[in-house]
Design a protein around this ligand. Structure first.
Ligand code: FES
Length: 169
């Protein structure tokens, strides 16, 4: 392997390395390390990293003095916590009653056909992670979806791929 390729590989490794200092900083931002802060700590960490990598969980176990069973119990109980790296964009599709009736299942089907992902899954190219949510709070604009920071309402289910196309560029 020539030097440039090695340097590029090294740079990528460094870039993708997890900043554990940030984890210590987040834990330290709470008044103490008691277990009652576990859920807010994990939420803050996930907000930073978008998921909960193993290395991070190990730090929380040591610093907050929780057992592996306790922490995995919490993570598996709350669906908002992710144990796998999500796609570039989180696609939150509302599956509440109003959106369901107005075509959310058709949207889900089209996403499945095009991106081969179901609820909770990431497409093979890691562009989207689909999360079917309960009511997103704006039923008048059903069906609704939130992709990353962008909110979409009154979606024509047959045109959902026109919307996702924008994120493929
Ligand atoms: S049911 Fe979808 S926003 Fe309320």
């Amino acid at each position: 392997m020539d030097r440039a390729i090695l340097e590029e590989a090294e740079r990528k490794t460094t870039e993708s390395a997890i900043d554990l200092d940030m984890v210590y900083k987040i834990i330290g931002s709470f008044p103490d390390k008691s277990k009652r802060h576990l859920i807010p700590v994990l939420s803050k960490i996930q907000k930073e990293f978008r998921w909960l990598p193993n290395e991070v969980i190990e730090v929380v176990i040591k610093e907050m003095n929780v057992t592996r069973a306790e922490i995995y119990g919490v993570i598996s109980f709350y669906p908002q916590f992710r144990m796998t790296e999500p796609g570039k964009h989180i696609f939150r599709l509302c599956y509440g009653t109003a959106c369901f009736v107005k075509g959310a299942p058709i949207i889900a089907e089209k996403l499945k056909e095009k991106y081969h992902m179901g609820n909770g899954e990431t497409d093979p190219s890691k562009l989207f992670t689909l999360e079917c949510a309960s009511c997103l709070g704006n039923c008048a604009a059903a069906p609704m979806a939130i992709i990353g920071e962008d909110t979409y309402g009154s979606i024509d289910p047959d045109k959902i791929l026109d919307i996702t196309e924008k994120y493929s560029k």
